[in-house]
Design a protein around this ligand. Sequence first.
Ligand code: DX5
Ligand code: ZN
Length: 230
Amino acid sequence: MSFDRSIKIAPSILSADFANFGQEIRAIEAQGADWVHVDVMDGHFVPNLTFGPPAVKAFRPHVTTFMDVHLMIAPVDPYIEAYAEAGADMITAHLEAGPHIHRTLQAIKATGKMAGVSLNPGTPAESIADLLDVVDMVLVMTVNPGFGGQKFLPLGIEKTRKIREMIGDRPIHIQVDGGVTPETVGALAAAGGDVFVAGSAVFKGGSVDNPAPYGDNIRAIRAAAVKALK
Ligand code: DX5
Ligand code: ZN
């Protein structure tokens, strides 16, 4: 299959109803989500705690698109196998999570899964220069990781542009995560992002009993991104 750099929307289930993950995942997919983004937090690398491998394994049967697992944990390496077995399609690790990110990315690839590298807002674009041969995706954080609903940090726009230039023709996605809305996504798409994570901007106004707003929200984000590419 040829590499697809078209705009993709990846709702973060961090903003879903925590008592109804299966239904929420099915609802966002029915409403047009391209990927499902799972935020894994350890209360150490980031000040919040979320999903262990058994939770991710329980999400898996509900996902028919692509399950993108964003690990905000340190250390990463001891848990790669467990998240791979839980059914992740892509595993993304933070460059800041340990001294050997290249080894971590190789270990993810060795499981047969796709590998992503994530950059905190304080980490410059140039720091991934020597990782481009081992990654399938670069994740540009536009908030400090740990929570949904934070304010967008515009420094991610220029960082996305630089990374897009560094990537050139390589088949590597650029994902942007944090404060993505119809208002902020245009500049990020124009800069070269292709996968947009959105938590609060997708789930706002809807629920499992009233999922139509999820679709309106996803379409609004996608339309603003596509418009910026014209
Ligand atoms: C933040 C997470 C994000 C978060 C995004 O640490 O990585 O995926 O859920 O939430 P919003 O879209 O509300 O900023
Ligand atoms: Zn995330």
